[in-house]
Design a protein around this ligand. Structure first.
Ligand code: BGC
Length: 348
């Protein structure tokens, strides 16, 4: 007893130390193991499935791993106001000969492949701007320079399409616009189409590039003609029609080659459908026409009066439903989609 008692005391106390040590080690092991499981679940959901068997725990892990996705979803944008707060009214237009395409690009960083969406609100309409074109590069540059900021101030979701007629056959504005409509709808279900001459630049951003319940004529006046409407039924230059309105009239006629008549033909189609052309107020619907001489290949169409006399008989079979062409290229350039087409030539 005398010799055993100090040794036994040590052994007895040691028992408690061993128990304490073992308990602490067990706790540390549990903490380490479970920490690793959660970490791997957060890093890779696929690893999680091999590590975790229990369904409820797997469900929990799924909800942990999907949570960041939900956090990254941007909140839904509210609709843009009916009247954009960015509008400036009548602006002084500039046509600097030193203007370069890269300047227009750097002024319009929010535009991608010709398309733009307002960053802070949901646009009230999605609008495709269609510009028929051949060898008018300078006019196109001036128009893009003014039109992009103009449309952005109107808080629209829009895209600009330039439809280029290949070759040197007589120009056919109307057919190019039909093609623009058909091609743009392959990209997106645009609800509104603006048929836009390349040489007309809008002067006042209260002239809204949106569609109304009726087809809209946006050019009441232009500088070259004293800002007066050319004649009562004038429907040329820049017009706005909804996807459905344009379909209802079977688009433009395809048989107007050269200058003139195709816009009058569209007016007749609109009237045949009992639609009524509306216009913005004259002080707003003002345009500057960039001066040019008549292009070669776009001579006055002397046959236009005869064709206009037949519109009511032929509109059902001459239009969008009979528009044949060959797409040569679709280039998605920074400021517009450039569609080059072979549209054939007038039939003799
Ligand atoms: C032509 C139209 C043109 C208008 C105004 C009419 O004679 O037929 O195509 O837009 O004149 O210039």
């Amino acid at each position: 007893m005398g010799l055993c008692s100090p040794v036994c005391k040590i052994l007895r106390r040691g028992k408690y130390f061993v128990l304490l040590f073992l308990s602490l080690s067990l706790l540390a092991w549990i903490a380490t193991f479970s920490g690793e499981t959660v970490k791997s679940a957060q890093v890779s959901p696929s690893t999680t499935q091999t590590l975790v068997k229990g369904d409820s725990l797997r469900d929990k892990l799924t909800s942990w791993t999907t949570a960041p996705d939900r956090l990254n979803t941007p909140p839904a944008k509210g609709e843009c106001p009916e009247k954009s707060p960015l509008l400036q009214g009548a602006v002084k237009l500039s046509f600097e000969s030193s203007l370069k395409l890269k300047d227009v690009q750097s002024d319009n960083k929010g535009v991608t492949e010709g398309e733009y969406e307002p960053p802070d609100c949901r646009a009230r309409q999605s609008v495709a701007i269609l510009i028929p074109h051949r060898s008018r590069e300078r006019h196109l540059l001036y128009l893009l320079h003014h039109l992009h900021p103009f449309l952005q101030r109107q808080q629209l979701h829009y895209a600009i399409y330039v439809i280029q007629q290949a070759g040197d056959a007589t120009f056919n504005r109307a057919k190019l616009l039909n093609i623009g409509y058909l091609e743009a709808l392959k990209d997106y279900s645009w609800e509104c189409f603006i048929f836009h001459d390349v040489d007309l630049v809008p002067e006042n951003d209260h002239n809204s590039y949106v569609c109304d319940k009726q087809p809209k004529h946006l050019v009441v006046g232009r500088n070259a003609t004293g800002y007066k409407l050319r004649y009562k039924g004038y429907f040329g230059g820049v017009t706005a029609m909804s996807k459905e309105q344009f379909l209802q009239v079977n688009g433009f006629s395809n048989i107007y080659w050269g200058w003139g008549g195709e816009d009058d033909d569209l007016r007749i189609r609109v009237e045949l459908q009992k639609m009524k052309i509306v216009r913005p107020p004259a002080d707003v619907a003002r345009y500057t026409m960039v001066f040019h001489k008549r292009d070669s290949g776009n001579e006055i169409n002397k046959d236009r009066m005869r064709l206009l006399g037949r519109t009511s008989q032929v509109w059902r079979k001459d239009g969008l439903n009979s528009c044949s062409y060959k797409t040569l290229s679709v280039e998605r350039l920074p400021l517009y989609v450039n569609i080059t087409v072979d549209i054939g030539k007038p039939q003799s």
